[in-house]
Design a protein around this ligand. Structure first.
Ligand SMILES: Cc1cc2nc3c(=O)[nH]c(=O)nc-3n(C[C@H](O)[C@H](O)[C@H](O)COP(=O)(O)OP(=O)(O)OC[C@H]3O[C@@H](n4cnc5c(N)ncnc54)[C@H](O)[C@@H]3O)c2cc1C
Length: 390
């Protein structure tokens, strides 16, 4: 497969010189682990103490990784990216809320993004997080098969109702709906619920998509078993395939509680597991749709190869590549330039509420070997290229 991800002219075609410099500065900052640790602590303290740091956050990490504070703010970015064939997934990234009114607000926001997606070609998917619709504790308790009190049962019924409301709306409006994956100790309950939704709303095609985190060594078997059930019950599988964002937390909890970690023994094992899942889905694409959420160039090339090998057209609706806004533009824009389906998650929400998301991004760019240096090298190449062509 021809190597396409080094074309920085395409990758940064939407970035002005100033924007390129800002991105360089930001990646330089977050490349430093101590700086990210101190920055995170100071920012959290400042927000709690109601110090006026929001404009500083906006001018740095927020504007780089988010589309705005509201869904309407994002539309300028959505339209701009779509001029280069890159689609958007509006991601309401408010996390860690625990109250019914907040779950209802997240439900309304998801319904709104489904409407946006219905109206706009540039927004092919809607998305939500299971813990956006219900308390983490409740998912955990159900996953452990512990009996619920009658209040908890009523509360869970409302969670199920919220899932059903958005999945039905997505189905009726023919908008694909991604459901994010979270920590393994709440995920069993979410998986069961999403499967019920697939069974109900994926009768004609994949509308509801669950997420498989392939840093978990048990996920390929899970996919195969789900496939069997889908054949028996006659529904399509929609799946976002990612490596997984909570590795440190997963390992720490397993160690603390004394159970075997659910995480693959090495990065290479995760990589092989990831590619095997994508391969499996592509082999059974007649009954599946795949959204490959990754910044890994190798996995992206492998999927391009599989598209070719399986004689599937590059813009087949059942195969999507996905990256996060603010990261790996070299993958997104070059894929789009070459005719593949690609969508970027575009997070939005009030600055203080998207902080957990932003901290994850900063930490990820610090800890993932090669990721930041790759971004920095690409920006440097593009700077050089522009200098030569001025
Ligand atoms: C569009 C999109 C949607 C996403 N949605 C979700 C989601 O719903 N849920 C979620 O959890 N994450 C999600 N993520 C984040 C994702 O899981 C990864 O954290 C992130 O993309 C980095 O992985 P990578 O495939 O891009 O590539 P790489 O940089 O090649 O891989 C890094 C990843 O490999 C794994 N890894 C690293 N070291 C080891 C090790 N020693 N042993 C085992 N595994 C290791 C970890 O998962 C780490 O994040 C999403 C990412 C994208 C792009």
């Amino acid at each position: 497969m021809e190597k396409i991800f080094n074309n920085t002219q395409v990758a940064f075609s939407l970035k002005s010189d100033t924007e390129l410099e800002r991105a360089y500065f930001l990646f330089k900052l977050i490349a430093s682990e101590p700086l990210v640790k101190i920055g995170t602590a100071v920012t959290n303290f400042a927000l709690k103490a109601h110090l006026p740091v929001e404009s500083l956050i906006r001018a740095t990490v927020f504007d780089h990784f988010c589309g705005g504070t509201t869904e309407d703010d994002c539309l300028t970015v959505v339209d701009k990216m779509f001029t280069k064939g890159v689609s958007s997934v509006l991601d309401y990234s408010v996390e860690g809320k625990e109250e019914e009114a907040q779950f209802d607000a997240a439900l309304q926001m998801t319904l709104k993004t489904i409407d946006f997606a219905k109206e706009k070609l540039a927004i092919p998917f809607a998305v939500f997080k299971p813990t956006g619709f219900g308390r983490f504790y409740l998912y955990e308790k159900i996953g452990e098969k512990k009996p619920l009190t009658s209040e908890e049962q009523a509360e869970w019924n409302r969670v199920v109702e919220r899932f059903d409301t958005v999945c039905k709306a997505a189905h009726d409006k023919d908008v694909a709906l991604l459901i994010d994956g979270e920590e393994s100790w709440m995920q069993d309950a979410a998986d069961d619920l999403v499967e019920q939704m697939m069974e109900k709303y994926n009768k004609q095609k994949a509308i509801v998509f669950n997420t498989l985190q392939m840093y978990r060594w048990d996920r390929l078997d899970y996919l195969k078993r789900l496939h069997q059930r889908a054949i028996e019950k006659g529904f399509y599988i929609g799946m976002k395939i990612v490596r997984g964002a909570y590795m440190e937390k997963e390992n720490a909890r397993a160690e603390e509680k004394g159970y075997p970690t659910p995480i693959c023994p090495s990065k290479q094992a995760t990589d092989e597991n990831y590619d095997a899942a994508v391969d499996y889905m592509m082999k059974h694409i007649d009954k599946m749709a795949v959204f490959a959420g990754t910044h890994n160039e190798d996995s992206s090339y492998k999927l391009m190869n599989l598209i070719d090998k399986n004689n599937i057209s590059k813009n087949d609706d059942r195969v999507w590549f996905g990256q996060l806004y603010g990261m790996s533009d070299n993958i997104s824009y070059n894929l789009a330039e070459n005719g593949y389906n690609v969508a970027k998650y575009l997070p939005f929400g009030p600055v203080r509420d998207v902080m957990p998301y932003l901290i994850r991004r900063a930490e990820e760019n610090t800890s993932v070997a090669g990721q930041t240096s790759r971004e920095l090298n690409l920006i440097k190449s593009e700077r050089e290229r522009r200098k030569l062509h001025k």
